[in-house]
Design a protein around this ligand. Structure first.
Ligand code: BGC
Length: 852
């Protein structure tokens, strides 16, 4: 029987509220009949009827949607066995283009001290209702981050609304249905903290980046049962104070909360309406809310070596907040410090740089519960002073954007499984409304290079359609006129010039491409395409500047390059000196992807243009950097990895390059020497070119630098640099995790990009077209693994691959979703092409070894 498995509007399964004029509809199907594929589907929304054979990203293109309206979408699908399935869902529109009557309000007396985050503002407004309410809803936003209460109830389940965007250009607002919460006497209270917009941000300790002070914007719409309508809006009738419970709050330094303060006993004044001085486009939230996820409990509680505090170890490095149940006395001060590591039995805070990462709670009398709202921290340990463990229950919540986990990998080697766990925690810790570099120190910025290299792995593990879709809106908005992409997006306080830079700038291509392969939406590619073209035009311009020969015009040297960023054993100068190899290879790869995108969008002329440009760059790389036979004039691993993985060389040149790479790896005693830009592709460059054993040897290497070295040192997320803890700091007793006072982050996801290899080679699942419409399952067996399995929930449904070998027999079980096709390649090289369904394949391992 054919069934509709899920329906998404704007990539959201339930409760979508959107201001999109042409929202996109996607759905997946299930069937118990093998080899099922959609033949046609009829979608209906009011008068709008569309018949298509697509399942993903179907754009509504009917008559104009009205604001604050509910729409029902019904779907009738017919498959190739003449089976029919029916499903429906609904969504709601936001304000659409409805202008705001409300004013932005603030506390004009709030002082604007450079370098200091402002005190949180609390706003309030009381009002009376004397009739029956039919419907009531709020739309609201803030400059800063805010929590909104109605009659004492917190309306938002998320943290840090309205989220982090390029504020001067675009700002999200929230929608809350409050029909059931209104009584006769009502009070709205909003706490607006400094957040990204006004609080301390960037490693240069900037404050007030978007505005001098926080502000609130709100409209409450009330429809009475008698047909009358009323609107309560932010204006001078609201009261404001900076003497509320939240005494301080920013992302780096933490929060101070005074529970003794009674809002009815403090001084309030009239809020002032202000003009922001800029006019962002206000849209109902189109990203994912940041919410509380896993609850983590202390694994160990002990007194710090210096006797200063109680240390709680949660056993996992992550981003989140504490949640405390306290038996306290009025005015008792409790301080909670956060750290990723211990050093000499005390909290090690060097990796936080200038971030104080500390919360202070001032108790009222009795039992009380506290969890910060205006900050989050990256940590594994906390240190508590001001209370003894018997009077406090401590747990924590992991806080990250509400991205669904869609990828699962496991194999027979527990250390490799820990790699997968570190990768997922690295992602979760750094998906806090935007993709950040790290969650703990005075950065937490949207560094573009980090997500460039992690995007593919991230999209295997998480559904990032809305999360990265939102961030890519900022990438488009922040592209400079001359084509550059800022090093961090939102650029927010970053002063570096916006010029194209390899890998970091290539995020405008690599990220949407990874997302497209994972989710299959051409709408995103269409939106992103002009940015891609402008970026590549700029790269070409910089490559050609001051270059005269045909080849040298295709080598990208200028202007600034991060190069082989964070490569082990050397320093920043050396990483950057590798810039021209890295930049030229990334240029070629981006042109190749741009050609594929042009092809998908039907831009044939552009496709040819990018293909030719790519060929010229590949030729220049060979002619200038190598002996044209596959040997680099100046050899280093990344300079072999990139042309191999990016398919820049063929035939004997390719074979020689792979051999030379394997030689370099062996000479380095089977250790990698790659930084951010080469590491994601290193194992592929080996395994795909006949060096499977070498690839596995690197994956399973356990001395520095390697993934398992970090794991054996106790890492629960991957480090910013391979040697953040040097081998001589690792205790000889393997059961003791390393202690460190390193300044380097212990939670950067870039090296977690190895997850792609686990998924695409070890388990063998790889998309060959957008959204896994077609894909391969071709496990690469090795490394002594006796089994491996992965599942991935593609937009068409669940894909599974699970293999094992026992008694010389290799067995592979797979699952293929409706409307997709899968090419299966067994270790012997034998191929099968299958449609949807569940299948088992097996073959003799000796035969497989012989055939390979
Ligand atoms: C960040 C990186 C980033 C790099 C580039 C660092 O401070 O943490 O991950 O990509 O700067 O300069």
């Amino acid at each position: 029987m054919l069934q509709i498995n899920s329906i998404e509007i704007e990539n959201q399964a339930n409760g979508c509220i959107t201001d999109e004029k042409c929202p996109v509809i996607s759905f997946s199907l299930d069937s118990d009949i093998p080899d099922t594929t959609l033949v046609s589907v009829k979608l209906q929304l009011g008068q709008w009827v569309k018949t298509t054979n697509k399942q993903l990203g179907i754009e509504y293109d009917g008559s104009e949607l009205q604001s604050f309206s509910e729409y029902c979408v019904s779907i009738t699908a017919i498959d190739n066995h003449d089976e029919q399935a029916f499903g429906k869902t609904s969504f709601q529109t936001g304000r659409m283009d409805l202008p705001w009557d409300a004013c932005w309000i603030t506390d004009m007396n709030s002082t604007h001290k450079k370098g200091e985050s402002p005190i949180p503002m609390t706003f309030r407004k009381g009002f009376v209702i004397d009739r029956k309410v039919k419907k009531a809803y709020i739309t609201s936003s803030a400059i800063g981050i805010y929590d909104l209460y109605l009659n004492g109830q917190l309306l938002n389940t998320d943290y840090f609304s309205p989220g982090f965007t390029s504020y001067k250009k675009t700002l999200q607002y929230n929608y809350y249905d409050v029909t059931s919460l209104l009584g006769s006497c009502n009070e709205m209270v909003a706490v607006v903290g400094a957040g990204w917009a006004v609080g301390r941000f960037t490693y240069n300790s900037k404050t007030h980046i978007t505005a001098d002070r926080q502000a609130l914007l709100l409209e409450l719409f009330i429809e009475y049962s008698d047909g009358e309508k009323e609107k309560i809006i932010t204006d001078g009738s609201w009261a404001v104070t900076q003497q509320g419970n939240y005494r301080f709050g920013d992302f780096y330094d933490g929060e101070t909360y005074d529970a003794t303060i009674d809002l009815d006993e403090i001084e309030w004044k009239a809020a002032s309406s202000i003009s922001l001085g800029f006019e962002p486009n206000l849209s109902v939230r189109y990203g994912c809310p940041v919410t509380a996820h896993e609850r983590l409990y202390p694994q160990k509680i002990f007194k710090a070596q210096n006797n200063m505090e109680w240390i709680y170890d949660f056993g996992q490095n992550f981003a989140g907040v504490v949640s405390l149940k306290i038996v306290g006395h009025k005015n008792q001060n409790i301080t909670i410090r956060h750290a990723e590591m211990l050093f000499a039995g005390n909290l090690s805070v060097n990796s936080l740089r200038t971030a104080k990462a500390s919360n202070t709670y001032i108790c009222k009398e009795g039992v009380q519960i506290y969890s910060p709202r205006l900050t989050y921290m990256g940590f594994r340990y906390i240190g508590i002073t001001g209370i003894e463990p018997e009077n406090i229950e401590v747990t924590t919540f992991a806080i990250y954007s509400d991205v669904q986990e869609i990828g699962f990998f496991e194999c027979s080697n527990p250390l490799v499984n820990q790699i997968q766990s570190n990768i997922k925690w690295g992602g979760k810790s750094n998906f806090v409304d935007i993709p950040t570099d790290c969650p703990q120190r005075d950065e937490r910025q949207g560094w573009t290079g980090d997500i460039s290299v992690f995007a593919s792995t991230a999209c295997f593990n998480f559904d990032l359609n809305r999360f990265l879709g939102k961030w890519l809106t900022d990438v488009r908005l922040e592209q400079s006129r001359s084509g550059g992409i800022p090093f961090v997006v939102p650029r927010h306080g970053n002063v570096n010039p916006v010029v194209p830079t390899a890998c970091w700038g290539d995020s405008c291509i690599l990220v949407p491409w990874a997302l497209y392969l994972s989710q299959g939406e051409t709408t995103l590619l269409k939106k992103q395409y002009p940015t891609i073209k402008r970026y590549l035009k700029a790269v070409k311009w910089w490559a050609e500047l001051l270059s005269f020969s045909r080849d040298s015009r295709r080598i990208w040297r200028l202007l600034f390059q991060f190069g082989d960023w964070c490569a082990p054993g050397t320093g920043i100068k050396d990483w950057m000196r590798k810039g021209k190899w890295v930049a030229t290879a990334y240029f070629a790869n981006s042109c190749a992807i741009a050609a594929r995108i042009a092809n998908i969008l039907g831009e044939t002329h552009d496709q040819l243009y990018f293909e030719n440009l790519c060929h010229e760059i590949c030729a220049a790389y060979s002619n200038i950097f190598t002996d044209k036979k596959g040997k680099l004039k100046i050899e280093f691993q990344t300079a072999y990895v990139l042309p191999l993985y990016f398919q820049m060389v063929n035939g004997s040149e390719r074979a020689n390059m792979a051999g030379n790479l394997a030689k370099l790896v062996a000479e380095n005693d089977w250790h990698l020497s790659t930084g951010f830009t080469g590491t994601p592709y290193l194992l592929f460059a080996l395994a795909d070119n006949g060096f499977v054993k070498d690839a596995y040897r690197l994956l399973l290497q356990d001395t520095c630098p390697s993934w398992i070295y970090e794991i054996k040192a106790g890492a629960t997320t991957f480090w910013e640099q391979w040697d953040a803890i040097s081998p001589d700091q690792i205790p000889t007793d393997a059961s003791e995790p390393a202690e460190s006072d390193s300044e380097i982050s212990f939670n950067h996801y870039a090296y977690g990009a190895v997850g792609d290899f686990l998924y695409r080679r070890v388990a063998g699942i790889e998309p060959t077209s957008g959204g896994y419409k077609s894909f391969t399952i071709a496990p690469v067996v090795g490394g002594g693994l006796s089994w491996a399995k992965a599942t991935h929930i593609s937009p068409y449904g669940e894909i599974a691959a699970s293999w094992n070998h026992a008694d010389e027999v290799f067995t592979l079980n797979i699952k293929v979703p409706v409307s997709t096709s899968c090419r299966v390649v067994l270790p012997s090289g034998a191929e099968h092409l299958v449609g949807s369904g569940e299948y088992t394949f097996s073959e003799n391992m000796q035969l497989a070894a012989f055939c390979r």
